[in-house]
Write a protein that binds this ligand. Sequence first.
Ligand code: DX5
Ligand code: ZN
Length: 219
Amino acid sequence: MSTAVRAVKIAPSLLSADFARLDTEIHDVLEGGADLLHLDVMDGHFVPNITFGPPVVKSIRGCTDAVLDCHLMISDPTKYVEAFCDAGADWVSIHAEVDDDVDQALDMILAKGKRAGIVLNPDTPVEKAAPYLEKCGLVLIMSVFPGFGGQSFIPDVLDKVRALRQMDYAGEISIDGGIAEATAPQAVEAGVDILVAGTAVFGQDNRKAAIETLRGAAA
Ligand code: DX5
Ligand code: ZN
């Protein structure tokens, strides 16, 4: 048990949901106490996997008022961020590693009145986020290499969470990958505000119990 006092938020990742039953899956986790929904967008180029695009985000927007946190694992965010905002995303996060104009993409998200976020892969130093922090309400720390659910948590990334807490940054910190009952306490202790969890929520039959387990572990 950690001594952290912040109330952690739980963000189930739809990557591990049944995509043919998304409406039911979404309401299952929201009624189970989820604070927001994490949507993993993969382009088959920035990461070796493909998921979904703006039309699916729009459909999800149509079935819930919950905060939609879109994690864009795509190479060309400047081409697509506006489409995700228009589809109904509330938060749009892009990777710092992309070979694109990150500042411009963040500005486009902010111009749509949405929350902008920057994402760091496990091997990307925290300094890479520094130039963008002023524009960001979210920093998403990857605790696995992105592309797939069900991977093992990389504890070394927690040093970046601790470093961010020492920097001039007032927004939220989210962690994504391998979050479960055993790893959630370490993340919250390090200073994380939001736990993204795919397998640990959608991989369980009782999603309410799964969310309560995560929240209890992090308390
Ligand atoms: C990985 C995604 C994650 C993924 C986490 O590329 O960004 O959001 O769904 O899945 P788990 O919780 O199973 O590690
Ligand atoms: Zn994600």
